[in-house]
Write a protein that binds this ligand. Structure first.
Ligand code: 6GU
Length: 245
């Protein structure tokens, strides 16, 4: 997978060299290219923003540099990339959405700042407008790091143990329960005896029970019977093609 990131703060993306995403890059499963939007400005001040038409607070990102960047980076035709705009007014990011993006050959992330990017850029280029949740970040950079990490670990050949992905919270549709390692007793607290029993059926039953109890307490919405099964087939009308509806 190829990922282009366009931003006015390229330094935000230093962490891409680290940990799991860095490993994906080293292994050649992923290549990331961070571009400074100001490289596509024409004026001596390298201006990327201007006042909003109609008035109001803040500034809007001018269309010209984005248009030039996307014209250069996004090939047309059959190999057209997904062009992702992180924005609090986008579609909510979740595990199925990460799986969907992980199937793409080429992703381009456009990190907006200020009040957002001129709508004509979105209308012409965006395939996906994505929100991480109901709060506001000052720009798309941190959201892109989160999305790239969620996607990179789903790439084929990425996480050593495929089962650890299948068991993840949200892949199962439930939160994961507690985990323990040595020592048996620490700070006056014991590891639950069942985990040391060697009884695999009892351990599996305990984990399911812990997972359900935690989900009931913290995220009862995940147990709503009307909610589609994340492991099941995509019901009509909720697949990736209708995400921007
Ligand atoms: Cl994707 N971008 C920004 N700027 N703020 C957000 C967000 C994204 N998701 C939640 N808040």
């Amino acid at each position: 997978m190829k990922i282009d990131i366009i931003t006015i703060f390229p330094d935000y993306f230093a962490p891409l060299r680290l940990a799991l995403v860095g490993k994906a890059i080293e292994r050649g499963l992923l290549s990331t290219h961070v571009h400074d939007l100001r490289g596509w400005t024409q004026d001596v001040h390298r201006t990327v923003d201007d006042a909003p038409y109609g008035g109001g607070a803040g500034m809007v990102m001018r269309p010209e540099p984005w248009w030039a960047a996307l014209t250069q980076l996004a090939p047309g035709g059959a190999s057209a990339p997904r062009v992702v705009i992180p924005t609090p007014s986008g579609r909510r990011f979740d595990h199925p959405y990460a799986v969907d993006l992980a199937g793409a050959e080429h992703l381009i992330f456009c990190c907006g700042r200020y009040e957002g990017i001129d709508q004509r850029v979105i209308d012409r280029w965006a395939t996906d407008e994505i929100s991480l949740g109901d709060y506001v970040l000052s720009g798309g950079e941190v959201a892109v790091l989160a999305i790239v990490e969620a996607v990179a670990r789903l790439l084929p050949g990425m996480v050593g143990n495929a089962a650890s992905i299948a068991d993840d919270s949200f892949a199962t549709g439930r939160l994961e329960g507690p985990v323990y390692t040595r020592p048996d007793t620490f700070a006056g607290a014991d590891v639950p005896a069942v985990l040391r029993s060697g009884d695999h059926a009892a351990i599996a039953a305990w984990r399911t029970e812990q997972s359900l109890a935690r989900t009931r307490a913290r995220r009862p919405d995940l147990l709503d019977p009307a909610r589609p099964d994340p492991a099941g087939p995509d019901p009509a009308g909720s697949g990736p093609d209708s995400r921007q509806a």
